[in-house]
Design a protein around this ligand. Structure first.
Ligand code: AMP
Ligand code: MG
Length: 422
């Protein structure tokens, strides 16, 4: 039998205090070496020094002729052609020139390149227009990178340019913090898979797919552990399975005050619950525990609540584990397009769309804000942070907003118009 507890034993803590407890329980995952092709978006766990010069030889920056700048010959005998990829060991002397292609090594004796557009070649001789200075269009050894120079630093996020640099110096494997593996477990006797027609009293499980998607978008690796009914033994088994196989375990549902809400007591049994109630709307029953060193997030079951709690706690936690320095979404000050009411006892995170008008962001809530209405998150680009202590905000007032979609067209709109050139 489960015991029914009419009042929660967990103190209600603020979002800030709760995040502090999450952060205190986590550390970046130990570095692993991966091939650079697998490293995009990951955080470097070592400093990288260039082992070679780039370019490794003096190279032509243009297609043209390699010459001696001080040579005054009116026409120069062409001694051969130097293309990229193979050093032909040509030699340029006064009165001569070598045809040369971009990226090819500068022949011995030459000290400048004349672009082909400024030349005329006839009968094996080339005539040059205009003055030539030593070094023209020559990329000296080490112009781009010098051997011994630091090129990347621990903590750098590996984007396209960083990965290109690693390839340039032959650093084909790098130490990075791995992508956290996140086990996703949906709980509830009422849930059926999305491809089934629910019987009376049942609903389709949307949290599994939504949370798996959120994990992937956060740059982590989702591990789908399926749906589990409100059964103590089955839930215990699923939690232990998650703890054994993942770096993070995430459940949805079963954290409220009902008799079938078994996640909190199970986490107490298996590990340490670090908070079990939050002064936030949505998200009041939000739970965080550690089991055998693995962080476990007990997200509330309502679809909006679970995704908002993912944004507030799980996403920054995954970034911390992955070694990122910037954990939180950017926050901006916005003005309310309409008056807004909310429950003053908790910080409320309302879904809204902001757009730029006359240099300021204006926020429109996305309709009815109940926690079951997933549509309130569709098209939202911010979560408005309405602080506790006040129940009403008037039109035009400024509040903080967490930007959850940095690519949203509203963020770029100028005077209400978005240019859509393609
Ligand atoms: P709970 O937190 O278990 O009390 O669930 C709160 C509400 O969220 C209930 O109406 C559930 O039916 C609903 N819910 C729980 N889990 C899911 C899920 N995986 N997908 C969609 N709705 C859910
Ligand atoms: Mg439930």
């Amino acid at each position: 039998m489960t015991d029914f507890r009419p009042t929660s034993p967990y103190p209600m803590i603020t979002v800030e205090e709760a995040w502090q407890r999450v952060a205190d329980a986590l550390a970046p995952l130990p570095p692993e070496r991966v091939a650079i092709g697998q490293a995009v978006g990951l955080v470097l766990a070592e400093d990288v020094i260039a082992g070679v010069n780039m370019p490794p030889f003096p190279a032509s920056a243009m297609d043209g002729y390699a010459v001696i700048a001080s040579d005054t010959a009116p026409a120069r005998a062409v001694v051969g052609e130097q293309s990229a990829g193979l050093d032909r060991f040509l030699r340029v002397e006064p009165g001569t020139a070598a045809r040369i292609m971009t990226g090819a090594p500068l022949p011995d004796g030459a000290d400048a390149i004349v672009p082909v557009e400024r030349t005329r070649e006839e009968n094996g001789r080339v005539v040059i227009d205009g003055p030539v200075s030593p070094g023209d269009h020559v990329r000296p050894i080490g112009q781009d990178l010098k051997a011994g120079e630091p090129i990347l630093t621990r903590g750098d996020v590996l984007g396209a340019a960083e990965i290109g640099l690693l390839a340039t110096v032959g650093h084909t494997h790098v130490a990075v913090h791995p992508r956290p593996i996140v086990a996703v477990i949906a709980t509830g006797d009422e849930l059926v898979p999305p491809d089934q027609t629910p019987a009376p009293g049942q609903i389709r499980d949307s949290n599994s797919d939504a949370l798996l998607a959120a994990v992937a978008l956060a740059g982590a690796s989702p591990l789908h552990l399926g749906r589990v009914g409100d059964d103590r033994d089955a839930l215990r088994q699923a939690l232990l399975d998650g703890v054994a196989r993942a770096n993070v375990v995430m459940t949805s549902g079963g954290v409220s005050m009902g008799t079938r809400d078994l996640i909190k007591p199970l986490l107490e049994e298996l590990g340490t619950v670090r908070f079990g109630r939050l002064s936030a709307k949505p998200g009041k029953p939000m739970t965080f525990a550690t089991v055998r060193g693995i962080p476990c997030f007990g997200l509330p079951g309502f679809p909006v609540s679970s995704l908002v709690m993912f944004e507030l706690f799980v996403r920054p936690a995954l970034r911390l584990l992955a070694g990122h320095q910037r954990l939180m979404r950017p926050e901006v000050q916005v003005r309310l397009a309409h008056a807004v009411r909310h429950e003053p006892d908790r910080t409320e995170f309302q879904r809204a769309t902001i757009s730029l008008r006359e240099g300021e962001y204006w926020a429109e809530p996305t309709g009815v804000q109940v926690s079951g209405r997933l549509k309130s998150l569709v098209g939202a680009n911010v979560l408005l942070r309405l602080p506790a202590g006040r129940g009403a905000f008037s039109a035009g007032e400024r509040v903080a907003a967490m930007v959850i979609d940095e690519q949203h067209p509203g963020l770029l709109a100028v005077a209400g118009s978005v240019s859509r050139q393609s």
